[in-house]
Design a protein around this ligand. Structure first.
Ligand code: GLC
Length: 450
């Protein structure tokens, strides 16, 4: 390897690596932003009350769920046996078209209603026999009750017009009416992180965090109601799940590639941590580094670098395949000399490794917020393709946890919770339909949280 390349890579290590002390600094700043968010003060962590507690495992019945927030919409019918078992009776996925993502709000919600119609036909389901709909809408929404909430701003490349600032349950209800499905009642509106936490804790009460590491990244945890000082409602039940919206965390040092990516993104200045961690951006960070190396003459022959010259052409999936040894054929890069392949892989490992270390740091911050001295064990439910499929991602997270906590890291269990966001929506619909919660919801419906 040329000396120049070597020193470029060494600098890159410096830019992308952070040690346990850096992690502890981030955790302190995270705590301070969490505190501000809970009091309703200016903070990069929105700390959104979800108006829902964790389930007791006894919720029962058959519910409908919609899970929306990534590249597909999923529609599910879920049966809950009241003994901690939630089973999908039917499930379908429909890819969200670019038009639906970026057209008008009506087009977007009509697409959801159409998908539901297809689902009922496909599985010959009589929607009237299901007990209510749980709607997972994985964007920052300020909720005013368990079944209403306004979209603050789109994330992850969505931009349908006329939705920001509006109540998304109302918009969905109108679309359902347009297609003669007005009888479907939206019982609960939740974030995917809340769904993941709810789904895992239905069967396992030790679960106290839901995390998404996929197209976007975020987490939810149960907070003591008395600590949510911006929430003016009843103090019972004494816990409420908080959607942190940690993708927006901005007290974190960025490097030149993070800044370049941010400037070229559809929402500059926003979702800073998400842009360093989530699947939507990892490929682009790697591409910016590789283009820099090409420009400096450190990498790739000019006639093959076109694979890297188009923004967002390189995806997290490519990075993941490459780390499994497959990527070079797929992008037509069979001719790349061995030495260049190794350099490219090194870049990918740095980018994905940092993502995993930041994710583990953020998890550590939330755990120590709940349990300062790490007295208890914590089960963390995680959904999303980075955690599920990316080689060594979990191992990198666990290594960071060990660096931060030493032996106590053994008290933290990272557990896969696949499809939790949809199943969690159905469970939340069940919680919302329980007589006790129903009367509470009625009392809360006029409340507003900042
Ligand atoms: C984005 C959304 C957030 C969601 C996350 C994971 O960060 O703003 O609401 O939970 O993606 O899907």
């Amino acid at each position: 390897m040329k000396g120049q390349t070597q020193s470029f890579l060494e600098d890159l290590h410096g830019l992308f690596y952070f040690n346990a002390q850096d992690a502890r600094d981030i955790m302190l700043r995270f705590h301070s932003e969490m505190g501000l968010g809970l009091t309703g003060k200016e903070s990069s962590l929105k700390m959104i009350p979800s108006f829902v507690r964790r389930p007791k495992g006894k919720e029962k019945g058959s519910f409908l769920a919609i899970d929306l927030g990534g590249t597909n919409i999923r529609v599910l019918a879920v049966s809950l046996d009241g003994k901690g078992r939630a089973e999908p009776l039917a499930i379908s996925r429909y890819p969200i078209s670019h038009e639906a993502m970026t057209g008008t709000g009506d087009m977007f919600f009509d697409f959801i209603a159409e998908s539901m119609e297809s689902f009922f036909k496909e599985h010959q389901i009589d929607a009237k026999r299901l007990q209510g709909l749980g709607f997972t809408f994985s964007f920052p929404v300020v909720q005013s009750s368990i079944a209403s909430g306004r979209l603050i701003s789109w994330t992850k490349g969505f931009s349908a017009s006329g939705v920001e600032g509006e109540d998304v349950v109302e918009l969905l209800t109108r679309a359902l009416k347009r297609r003669n499905m007005g009888f479907i009642e939206v019982a609960a509106l939740i974030n995917d992180t809340v769904g993941t936490l709810v789904a895992k804790s239905y069967a396992n009460p030790a679960c106290d965090m839901g995390v998404i590491l996929g197209t976007g990244t975020n987490a939810a945890y149960p907070e003591k109601t008395g600590r949510i000082t911006k929430y003016k409602g009843p103090r019972h039940p004494d816990e409420m799940i908080i959607n942190i919206e940690w993708g927006g965390f901005n007290k974190i040092r960025r490097n030149i590639y993070d800044e370049t990516l941010d400037r070229g993104s559809f929402n500059p200045g926003e979702q800073r941590m998400e842009k360093m961690v989530s699947g939507m951006y990892l490929g682009e960070i790697a591409r910016l580094i590789i283009m820099d190396m090409v420009k400096e003459g450190l990498l790739l022959n000019p006639h093959i670098h076109h694979a890297f010259s188009e923004p967002y052409r390189l995806t997290a999936e490519h990075l993941s395949l490459a780390e499994q040894g497959q990527f070079f054929n797929e992008l037509g890069l069979i001719q790349v000399p061995q030495e260049d392949r190794e350099i490219i892989l090194e870049v990918f490992r740095l980018v994905s490794g940092r993502s995993a270390r930041i994710a583990a740091t953020a998890i550590s911050a939330v755990i120590t917020w709940m349990d300062k001295k790490m007295d208890s064990s914590h089960v963390i439910a995680i959904d999303g393709s980075l955690f599920e499929k990316y080689p060594n991602y979990r191992e990198n997270m666990e290594a960071m946890l060990r660096e931060i906590f030493g032996d106590s890291a053994g008290k933290i269990k990272l557990e896969k919770e696949m499809d939790g966001s949809g199943i969690g929506a159905a469970i939340t619909a069940a919680i919302a339909s329980s007589p006790w919660d129903k009367s509470l919801i009625a009392r809360l419906s006029s409340l507003r949280c900042r």
